[in-house]
Ligand binder design. Sequence first.
Ligand code: AGP
Length: 667
Amino acid sequence: MCGIIGYTGPLMAKEILLEGLAQLEYRGYDSAGIALLADEGGAALNAGGAASTFSADSGVWPAALSGAGAMTAAEALGDTAHPTATGVRRRPTASHAGPSPITVIKKTGKVKGLRAYCGSLPVDGHCGIGHTRWATHGGVTDANAHPHQAGEITLIHNGIIENYQELIDTFHLQGKLLSQTDTEVAAWVLDALVREEVGDIAKAIARLLALIRGSYGFCILYASRPGEIYAVRNVSPLVASYTPSGALVASDLTAIIPYSRSYFVVPENALVRLTPYRIDVTGPEGDPITPEMLEVNWNVDAAMKNGYPHYMLKEIHEQPRAMENTILPRLDKGLPDFAQDGIPDAVFTGCERIHIIACGTAMHAGMVARSMYEPLLRIPVAVWVASEFRYEDPLVDGGTLAIVISQSGETIDTLAAMRLASEKGAATLSIVNVKGSTIARESDYAFYTHAGPEIAVASTKAYSVQLAALYLIGCRAAMLRGKYTPEEAKVFVTNLLDAIPAMEMMMGQKERIRGLTSHLIHEKDAFFIGRGLDYALSLEGALKLKEISYIHAEAHAAGELKHGTIALIAPLVPVVAIATQEHVFAKMISNIREVKARDAFVILVSKLSAPVGDGVANVRLSIPDLPDAFCVFPVVVFLQLLAYYAAVGKNLNVDQPRNLAKSVTVE
Ligand code: AGP
């Protein structure tokens, strides 16, 4: 939804914040801004070429952090111990030389525009916060960009404050606000509270959180506590790490991994205080909390483009490896085994119905699974758009298994739906790509996919590994429920693994696929049709195309077209027909003829051996003769590449499409 970063420590903060925002920009990119505890001393020190980077062995801190001349870490800490990544240290005895102004630099547009703007300003410091925004409250304007300031408070926010109007009234903020954002309201409220609490910022923040209804991830600077950053969250994600380079807090790991491989997830409603020397975590009652330290399970390169023109193309190509990394660790003698995931067999033997709950692409993966599960397991399987599930009254009880799918593990609709299912007695199994994410942590059981970081807003490898996870789960459930013999399960797993080279073969057709986009990019509409599992797949094809090429694309059950939508089929309107399911192949050919009769431009995707007569389609792409259920894997690569090259052909921003954000942590 939005990208947040905070840094305090011996290094100059501006570059750290800007680089971190560049890494977080996929989360939202309408506007960006930073706030710096401006530090002439630090800048002067830098200007003098003195060490502006902390080296633990020398222990020399820049003058700015102490307000005096350069001093050793021990002197700065007022005791003989040197700061370490762990352990408790007292605040520096020396106070900062006078009140440090907090300078805010912010503007609409991408981070690179902010960086250019910052470059012209000779301001820097050792402590600051940064934010890249996906607009919710208030339009895309400089004034609405974060950070927001009120009195001594400067803050950034990811989330939505639902009762902001009530707060405006209660705190008489009419006429004070410079923006249309709920975030600025929070800043003014906190400024009022910290004055009431005579500078006790922790108590003031606790009071603010008690007043707010909604979701938030805040990073806060308080001018009277220079060098300190306060962070707190409820639903919106925040991770933090203390390193020899200083203390960092961010929306996700991509901004932290250049400095540290160990981190912790900020506990909900706990107060995190970051100083150059340490990080304190305290609970709502002021009780000290020792958060669980986690290790990053991927490297910096994984979050870089590595020579690809776009993250999306890189991530499309990463799919075979991501599939292997997700499947192979869960095979024991060729059979699915979830011992390492801590998922007991009873989860699958004890359920009488399954609800699959997700949003967007993740929901489309669920649609494919449903097409396979119900015929196989012979129990009711429903797929829900999470935002609908929340406000329906679905049949959920102790015999229900809720499978919750989310790449980010932070999508608020999916999280809320999972919480509702759990309240109603369902067992919750999450399929998540981000380790330690909220949905993974709150679900009864978590099945982590190992796709590595997915940076492009348009989800690709996450979808494929979600399918792989769902297929393994379906296979294991079938075994445990006596629907598959071990031999049948082994064949299933073999077919799943055989789908991986078929994906690579489809990637080999990318230039041909690129050529097909000439039939799409000048059209206003495009249609994707299929039956059964191919219909589920066509939903994903339509979403991929529309979200990055802005071509209006619809998916339809092929048999349904004639009940209205076919009115939109006119000469040259592109129709992508997916026909890999043999039991309905003949029906698909009939449906293709119906649109062809109206001069649609038909791109047919079918198996190599499919009996396709001449003239049925304008273009035909063949996939290897895999068993029906496994055709989704090469076909989705085709759909992803088709969308990718259409967006490239229209010279659009493939990785950061307009109006979108990678993780939607607001309703
Ligand atoms: C897919 O290309 C989109 N980025 C979007 O539909 C996404 O799949 C959806 O927002 C769900 O996100 P999640 O998997 O992180 O929960």
